[in-house]
Design a protein around this ligand. Structure first.
Ligand code: ARG
Length: 570
């Protein structure tokens, strides 16, 4: 069981024994580490409820815990805190239990099936930096949920069915280009040109809309062209996802929802939810308690074309039938919040999700140093492939500074690992809902809260372990800590299962970055202050090696969930 639950159980039992509600026993990590390791503030609300003195209640409860040898001390502090310090022997036994458990003492949870919708690239449009966040946060959430034992279905949900297709078709037509005349690179120029043209030229816009509708109705020629362009885009996008180390169980797109759309329309119609408005079909999704205006959701345009919301309804039906998930998580930027609000309301009115819980997990923007969305030097939208290239080039510069002999290929691979760690940790150390500033130099630095720093720490531990092995030293019995640095490290490790649970509950990889930095900092201090291989006392050396092995296992597991690879040397 996770340590916070273990301690909460102990303190809750003491509250109950004193005749108070057990729920007052919740234990948290101390916010005054100078005073104690953990604390319980339950005596304060208990006192309010029973009209008693909080410090007196804290005292009654603390007294019962005095004889529990898991605690080195149980103290009370005004106005009614209970301050707990764990005993050295208990800390060592916690670490030993963790080392012996494949799941690092994560409690067993009820297994859920979770569909995670992330990536979300669009056919014929280049991946841009917004897609970076969806990809790396989504990948990390998949790994986290799997690590906790859930069944995860990762779906890329490509935007391959919208107006952008019609725009590209119309522009290719105007330029006299066929399917075989364009490359993925050409598409990235054709789409914005067509989009600009449609804004200025209503006849062109109409043509693009008609082509989109034609594609959706099944025009054979347009379908063939569509398939070609989609394959081109996918090949191109796969390259970026490969470098990032992001993968998907399903490469479904909006187009795969098409067969479900007629049934969705049927359900909406039978439910009396569809209403005609200016030749289009809409569903009213406003609620009486809305504080902001909530316009009806557009389901079908007057020209018969489906739109984003409609395919999303179809996809929901598809996911219900294929996977019957307990939850669906949609990982997109926060500008789509309105879309998902409308979508979830409409789906609920239609009874589509049933018992499936649909959640939008929004994320903020990656900004430049000027605080505005990250742009190219020319002020255009930054392509993801360009960003990846710049980061890897800079990482290569760093790697080349090292004096470790490497072949060109090894160097390139080391640069990829370093660069992607910089990018991922630079991003995910911020809570996903926040905007953050892309700062390449800082992200790539091996000092401070960065991916390379975490990699460096892991590499250092592994190199000590390898050297110990070469010297014939094995890890042994983990002894109770004797110094502050040892105790501090031992105190952080049992909190890992709690961090994993919190990261999962909040769907926030940033929680894992936080505990990683904490553990890395504590380890580096420990390593600075203590001898390991050179330790003259054999039992102590074996104990320290065991501590290093556990730290290595924990760092490796957490970094893997973030999608950060550990280089063989740095
Ligand atoms: N293609 C969309 C975009 O580029 C993201 C798709 C998100 N998923 C969904 N089911 N709507 O922003």
């Amino acid at each position: 069981m996770n340590i916070l639950s273990v301690l909460t159980q102990a303190v809750s039992a003491a509250f109950a024994e004193r005749g108070y509600d057990a729920s007052y026993g919740a234990v948290t990590v101390s916010n005054r580490p100078d005073l104690c390791h953990f604390q319980c503030n339950g005596a304060l609300p208990a006192a309010k409820a029973c009209k008693k003195n909080p410090l007196a209640i804290a005292g009654e409860v603390a007294e019962l815990l005095q004889n529990d040898d898991r605690f080195a001390s149980v103290e009370t502090a005004p106005p009614g805190f209970i301050n707990l310090r764990l005993s050295d022997a208990y800390l060592a036994s916690l670490a030993k239990a963790m080392a012996a458990d494949e799941r690092l003492r994560l409690p067993l949870m009820e297994q859920k099936t979770i569909v995670i919708d992330y990536g979300g690239p669009n056919t014929a449009k280049p991946l841009h930096v917004g897609h970076l966040r969806s990809a790396i946060i989504g990948e990390s959430l998949c790994r986290l949920a799997r690590f906790l034992g859930h069944k995860v279905v990762g779906d890329i949900h490509m935007g391959d069915w919208g107006l952008q297709m019609g725009l590209v078709f119309a522009e290719m037509e105007a330029r006299g280009l066929g399917a075989d005349d364009v490359t993925a690179d050409d598409l990235t120029e054709i789409y914005p040109a067509a989009s600009a043209k449609a804004k200025a030229d209503p006849a062109f816009a109409e043509k693009a809309a008609a082509r989109t509708a034609g594609l959706q109705r099944g025009d054979a020629e347009l379908r063939a062209l569509w398939k070609k362009l989609r394959d081109l885009s996918v090949d191109d996008q796969k390259r970026s996802y490969d470098i990032l180390g992001v993968s998907f169980d399903y490469w479904y797109g909006e187009s795969d929802a098409e067969p479900y759309v007629p049934r969705v329309m049927d359900i909406l119609r039978r439910g009396g939810l569809l209403r005609e408005s200016d030749g289009a079909l809409v569903v009213d999704v406003a609620l009486p308690e809305d504080k902001e205006p909530m316009p009806p959701m557009l389901i079908q345009k007057s020209n018969g074309a489906d739109i984003y919301g409609t395919t999303d309804l179809g996809t929901l039906l598809q996911r219900k039938e294929d996977f019957d998930p307990d939850e669906i998580w949609y990982v997109t930027d926060n500008r789509q919040s309105f879309h998902f609000k409308q979508l979830f309301r409409c789906a609920k009115l239609a009874g589509l999700p049933g018992k499936t819980e649909c959640l939008h997990l929004p994320f903020g923007t990656m900004n430049g140093k000027d605080g505005k969305p990250y742009k190219t030097r020319e002020g255009g939208v930054m392509r993801l492939s360009d960003l990846i290239e710049t980061v890897t080039e800079n990482a290569l510069r760093k790697v080349s500074e090292s004096d470790i002999p490497m072949t060109g290929e090894e160097r390139a691979e080391a640069a990829r690992k370093l660069g992607m760690a910089a990018l991922k940790v630079g991003d995910m150390q911020n809570h996903r809902t926040k905007d953050y500033i892309f700062d390449m130099e800082r992200f790539l630095s091996s000092e401070g809260k960065t991916g390379p720093y975490l990699q460096y720490t892991a590499v250092r531990i592994r190199s000590v372990l390898a050297k110990a092995k070469d010297a014939g030293f094995a890890a042994g019995e983990l002894l109770p800590p004797e110094t502050d640095a040892e105790r501090d490290l031992l105190l952080a490790l049992p909190l890992v299962p709690d961090a994993l649970l919190r990261a999962f509950a909040d769907k926030a990889p940033s929680v894992l970055c936080e505990i990683l930095f904490d553990i890395a900092g504590r380890f580096n201090r420990f390593y600075f202050e203590h001898k390991v291989i050179q330790c003259p006392d054999g039992a102590l050396r074996a104990s320290r090696l065991a501590l290093l092995e556990l730290t290595d296992r924990v760092l490796t597991a957490l970094l893997d969930i973030l999608g950060v690879e550990i280089p063989s040397h740095m």
